[in-house]
Design a protein around this ligand. Structure first.
Ligand code: MG
Length: 369
């Protein structure tokens, strides 16, 4: 299909409450929405690196500029028949995975409109639902956290992920473990530690966590391998895995025993599937993550998470968890599987931004034709 028009929206979506992690605090989620048009059809994509380059080197204002000035002109007017072909047009530009993801996911949604195929099926999924877990950031108090964790356990979530950073660490884990001795928990450090913190991670082995997510630097594989060889708890890499090559290298180095894949962080769905396949071939189970996208972006994460090697419950949130009103329609909702587990379901039609909400939340806008 020929890409005839590309429209870009940098939006700021206000959160119900701030999202606190090891790298900072966000009161609004900054995201890039991208509309690709071919003939009478439109496909929407999304890349959500947040407002500042703190989760990764990218940021929403930056990806708006790089897509407008470099990536979008490279595909405008081109006939593009696959995600891999789109990637070939963009590969001269180094890095910038969140920027590339906005275009790649838009290409997939345009392609699904053309073929009438649901996205999860187009990606190769053999199931049309997948379980999700609960995830809690740093809160005002441990009592607040215990209340939220208790509610998640009651609601049937199969596992809970806890953000972990200096000052919100071992005493927090002790309190949670005391209240839920057998439940599945894991922690996400968002690159907040260094190999010299080995003693801390050895101490954490006693909590029998499912995994420790991205304990060390955001771009590291070697120190993670050193850490993994000296602790029992599996290491999961998130920020460090942005390409299939990184996944293969992490497997060769034994840097991790799990990989979290987010379409935005890895340049879109095409690369996400490639990383999933590389992990499957290396015997490394995956789970899907998300970046607090609108329901447009969350639908890409949901569809991806239905592939076979996503065996640990994903981090996909209902829109109502973070937003009074989702930018896109329909909002993402969880449903209970037959086993009573909160799950996501594959959708026939992907959610798209509501024009009036898009206008209200837009910070920067560009059109290329
Ligand atoms: Mg993470």
């Amino acid at each position: 299909m020929k890409i005839e028009r590309i429209e870009l929206y940098h939006v700021a979506m206000p959160l119900i409450y701030p999202w606190r992690t090891a790298y900072g605090e966000d009161a609004a989620i900054h995201s890039l929405l991208c509309r690709l048009s071919s003939g009478s059809l439109d496909g929407w994509g999304e890349g959500t690196p947040f407002a500042a380059p703190c989760y990764s080197p990218e940021w929403a204002g930056g990806i708006f500029a790089v897509v407008r000035d470099w990536l979008a002109p490279a595909i405008l007017g081109k006939d593009i028949e696959s995600g891999a072909q789109l990637g070939e047009h963009l590969c001269i530009y180094k890095g910038n995975p969140f920027a590339k993801a906005a275009l790649d996911t838009a290409w997939w949604s345009l392609s699904c409109k053309l073929t009438g195929k649901p996205l999860h099926a187009a990606l190769g999924a053999t199931r049309d639902e997948a379980p999700v877990g609960a995830d809690f950031g740093v809160m005002d108090s441990i009592d607040d956290l215990l209340e939220s964790v208790g509610a998640a356990v009651q609601e049937g979530f199969p596992r809970v992920k806890l953000k972990f950073r200096p000052g919100w660490d071992v005493p927090m884990l002790e309190a949670v473990r005391r209240q839920h001795p057998d439940f599945t928990f894991h922690i996400d450090c968002n690159s907040g530690y260094r190999l010299c913190d080995l003693k801390l991670f050895r101490e954490i082995d006693k909590f029998q966590l499912a995994m420790i997510e991205q304990p060390l630097q955001y771009d590291d594989l070697i120190d993670h391998a050193r850490l993994q060889s000296q602790i029992q708890t599996p290491v999961c890499l998130d920020e460090s895995i942005t390409t299939r090559r990184h996944a293969q290298q992490a497997a060769a180095l034994k840097s991790c025993r799990y990989v979290n894949i987010k379409p935005g962080r890895v340049g879109g769905l095409t690369n996400a599937v490639a990383i999933h396949d590389a992990c499957r071939d290396a015997g490394i189970p995956c789970w899907v993550g998300s970046m607090l996208e609108s329901s447009t972006g969350a639908a890409f994460c949901s569809a991806l998470g239905m592939l076979d090697n996503f065996t640990y419950p994903g981090d996909i949130f209902p829109s109502s968890r973070f937003y009074h009103e989702d930018l896109s329609d329909p909002p993402l909702e969880l449903h209970k599987s037959s086993g009573g587990i909160p799950s996501i379901r594959g959708c026939e039609q992907l959610p798209e931004p509501v024009p009036a909400r898009l206008e209200k939340l837009t910070v920067e806008h560009a059109v290329l034709r």
